[in-house]
Design a binder for this molecule. Structure first.
Ligand code: ZN
Length: 257
C-alpha cells in the first residue's frame, strides 16, 4: 500500500489494494490518460479502491484539479486492460495511469475545465521528467485499446498539453467538407500505406491493404487523439497528411521497422 506520494502535486492519498508487481522488471515508459466515465471523482476513487472492481490507477484528477494518488508508481496498477502499443501487450506493466474525472460520452461529455487540465499538465510534467517518458509515449487509453475504449476522447485538449511540452502532437491538416475519404471495406495500396504508418507510429494494426473493422477502430482512435475535428474512422486526406506530419516529426530512432 502506498504510504507517501510520488509527486509533489498530490493532494491526498487514497490507497487501492488493486495492484501488483510490474512484470519482467518493466519500468514505466508510457503515460496513459483516461477519463473516469462516472458521475464524480469520489465515486471513481471508491470503485478504483474496491477489491471487487479489480481495477485501479495511479492518479485521479478531479474537475477542480485536485490530485489523489491510489497506487505507488513503482507498482503495476490495473487501468489499461487488454491492449497493445509498439508491440508491447502488457501496458499495465509499462505504464503509469491517470484517471481524469469526466462523466464521458454516455453522459454528455462536458469539456475538461481549465483548472483540471492545468493540474493534469503539472502531474504529467512531473511524471515524464522523473521517468524520462518520451513525448510520443504519452497516450490515450483509446490509442492502446482502440476496439474497446474511447477515453479520454476527442475533447481532451492534447494541443494544450503539447503547448505545455507534454506529448507528441502536430497541428492537424485542415478537414475539407468535400473530402469524405474512404471507409470500411476499401482495399488498396493507399490503405496499406496508412496501416503501415499507423503501425510504425505504435498502433496495433496489420498492413493488410484492406480497411477492415480493426483498422477502422485504429483510424478512429488516431483521429480522436490527433485529428479530432472529424472522428469517423475513414481515411481522408487530412487524416493521412496529419499522420504523415506526425510520423515525420518523430526522432528516427523511435521508428519500428
Ligand atoms: Zn480508460
Amino acid at each position: 500500500m502506498i504510504e507517501r506520494p510520488d509527486s509533489p502535486v498530490v493532494g491526498a492519498l487514497h490507497p487501492s489494494a488493486n495492484f501488483g508487481e510490474r512484470k519482467g522488471g518493466a519500468i514505466p515508459s508510457i503515460l496513459l490518460l483516461h477519463y473516469t466515465g462516472v458521475e464524480s471523482a469520489a465515486k471513481a476513487i471508491s470503485w478504483l479502491s474496491d477489491p471487487v472492481s479489480e481495477v485501479s490507477c495511479h492518479y485521479v484528477v478531479d474537475e477542480a484539479g485536485f490530485v489523489t494518488q491510489m497506487v505507488a508508481e513503482a507498482k503495476r496498477a490495473w487501468h489499461a486492460g487488454a491492449g497493445a502499443w509498439a508491440g508491447d501487450t502488457d501496458i499495465n506493466s509499462s505504464s503509469i495511469g491517470i484517471e481524469i474525472q469526466n462523466v464521458g460520452h454516455a453522459a454528455g461529455y462536458p469539456p475538461f475545465p481549465d483548472r483540471q487540465i492545468a493540474a493534469v499538465i503539472a502531474l504529467c510534467r512531473d511524471i515524464v521528467a522523473r521517468h524520462h517518458i518520451r513525448a510520443e509515449r504519452v497516450l490515450a487509453h483509446s490509442d492502446v485499446a482502440p476496439s474497446r475504449k474511447i477515453d479520454p476522447g476527442e475533447r481532451f485538449p492534447w494541443a494544450t498539453l503539447a503547448a505545455a511540452g507534454i506529448g507528441h502532437w502536430v497541428p492537424p491538416a485542415p478537414v475539407r467538407a468535400d473530402d469524405t475519404g474512404v471507409g470500411l471495406g476499401t482495399s488498396g495500396p493507399f490503405v496499406a500505406e496508412m496501416q503501415t504508418m499507423l503501425r510504425n507510429y505504435g498502433y496495433a494494426v496489420m498492413p493488410s491493404g484492406h480497411l477492415d473493422t480493426a483498422t477502422e477502430f485504429v483510424i478512429t482512435a488516431f483521429q480522436r487523439h490527433f485529428r479530432p475535428a472529424r472522428v469517423d474512422g475513414r481515411i481522408d486526406q487530412s487524416t493521412f497528411a496529419t499522420l504523415q506530419a506526425l510520423s515525420a516529426a518523430l526522432p528516427a530512432e523511435t521508428m519500428i521497422t
